[in-house]
Design a protein around this ligand. Structure first.
Ligand code: ADP
Ligand code: ASP
Ligand code: MG
Length: 440
């Protein structure tokens, strides 16, 4: 019997981005199975047709023949999820989220079944499992659920039986048995969470680019592939808009020290290793630049300066599972009032507008200003810790490019500027060029 069968399921504690470093309480970790285990995740474009499914199947079979346990995580084929979302919106202007999850999870169910068939066809042995069958338990927040727990029993017995286990990405089940999804792009998170729970030696993310680039190569054509990047940098890049990886996926990988290899589904060329920070990574001031184009800013005007007011406002917003960033408060009138500005995802703007309008009526705020047409440009690099003047250079570059900065936020390894949506691409290219990110 392989050692991976010997341990009871471990708990993955729920966490939110803010509390991540504190919250993971895992009771036991088992030791690496003698065979080693890898998780291979294939994104939508990498399973978009029968030929690509066969190619992915061959890769998994090869890894199995090389002596590994193999868990595959598969996304819905091509643009299936987008099409299902459009279909839902054709039928209903505001589809119930439970039913959206019901609908969207069908996309992954199609691809896991086809993948299992392809593996059988190529002479391998495989079984497909939905999130529910596997026991990937989440909270009950439909369309944005967080993983609570992953049962290991079924996974382990299928691996032990010699199967390649093919898991449906981005889906789970809540304690009441309802089907949930983990947010768009979250098959990556399914993959790294499984890799964490199974203590995989590697989590491979197969996608339509051959690695993580210094900027989105679709927007900045001279962007360069990055060979190695730290978890911290990748986490920041993902949350700042680098769509190549789902942010929460990096949190799992970082927490459990799972190396992640982002690479092309079409070639065998090495991609980008996401790993623990190593010496020398600080040599470069900036590792990459990103753009988020799906943002809105809100400013609450004339907030009475009363103890507990900010808490009341943001608690109200948090109740609706809205992520708020870059909160800025400016006092005026001798500290009697404040304007409080913050950034949210444009998708959340209608609900936040509704909430803040209510706060205006009930708490005596003077008004709310909303701007839906904004983007945030961010420069990220652990090197910022040891290079001075990076922020000043960034503001200069934007100024010379004629880009007006609406607001600025910084952390240890990130500098972000909110700019008008129409300036986003120009700003990205200017910063990428001025920091010579295409040079090796
Ligand atoms: P998958 O369906 O495989 O999950 P995604 O579309 O989610 O693929 O992610 C891959 C895409 O991410 C690429 O095609 C690329 O345009 C985009 N992308 C954004 N930022 C970056 C970046 N910094 N490096 C590489 N790709 C990026
Ligand atoms: N199919 C889902 C989506 O398109 C999950 C994923 O691809 O990661 O968002
Ligand atoms: Mg993706």
């Amino acid at each position: 019997m392989s050692p991976i069968l010997l341990f009871a399921p471990i708990r993955l504690a729920v966490w939110h981005r803010q509390s991540l470093p504190l919250a993971m309480g895992h009771e036991s970790r088992y030791h690496l199975a003698p065979m080693g285990l890898i998780v291979q995740k294939f994104g939508g474009t990498s399973v978009a047709n029968a030929q690509k499914i066969h190619r992915a199947a061959r890769r998994a079979i090869q890894a199995k023949r090389d002596g590994k346990h193999v868990v595959m995580v598969v996304s819905a084929m091509g643009r299936t999820t987008d099409k299902l979302v459009s279909l839902a919106r054709e039928v209903a202007s505001n589809p119930p989220k439970r039913e959206l999850d019901m609908l969207l999870t069908t996309g992954e169910q199609v691809s896991i079944a086809l993948m299992a068939m392809a593996i059988h066809d190529a002479g391998g042995q495989a079984i497909s499992l939905t999130g529910a069958q596997l026991g990937l338990v989440t909270d009950s927040v439909h369309t944005k659920a967080k993983i609570h727990k992953i049962e290991r029993r079924r996974l382990e017995s299928e691996l032990e039986a010699g199967n390649i286990v093919i898991v449906a990405g981005f889906q789970g089940i809540d304690a009441a048995g309802e089907i949930t999804t983990l947010g768009r792009g979250a098959s990556d998170t399914t993959a790294t969470a499984l890799a964490a729970v199974l203590e995989a030696e590697m989590c491979e993310i197969y996608t339509d680019v051959d690695g993580v680039y210094t900027a989105d190569p679709r927007v900045v054509p001279n962007a360069r592939k990055i060979d190695t990047i730290s978890y911290d940098e990748m986490l920041e890049m993902a949350s700042a808009g680098a769509g190549v990886m789902h942010g929460r996926a990096i949190e799992f990988a970082m927490r459990f020290d799972v190396p992640v290899h982002v690479r092309s589904a079409l070639t065998d060329a090495p991609g980008t290793m996401i790993m623990r920070e190593t010496e020398g990574m600080e040599a470069l001031a900036i590792r990459g630049v990103t753009l988020r184009e799906d943002l809105a800013t809100m400013v609450l005007l004339g907030v009475p300066n009363k103890t507990g007011m900010a808490g009341r406002i943001f608690e109200e917003i948090a109740k609706h599972h809205v992520i708020v960033d870059d909160i800025v408060q400016n006092m005026y009138d001798d500290g009697k009032f404040a304007n409080i500005g913050f950034v949210i995802s444009a998708e959340d703007s209608p609900i936040v507008k509704e909430l803040t309008d209510r706060l205006v009526r009930e708490q005596g705020l003077q008004g709310v200003e909303t701007q839906d047409q904004v983007s945030k440009i961010s420069a990220i690099g652990v090197g910022m810790r040891s290079h001075s003047g990076v922020a000043a250079s960034m503001f200069d570059i934007l100024g010379s490019a004629g880009v007006n900065i609406h607001s600025i936020s910084t952390s240890e390894i990130v500098i972000s500027c909110v700019v008008a949506r129409e300036d986003g691409h120009k700003a990205l290219a200017a910063i990428h060029d001025a920091f010579h990110l295409s040079d090796k």
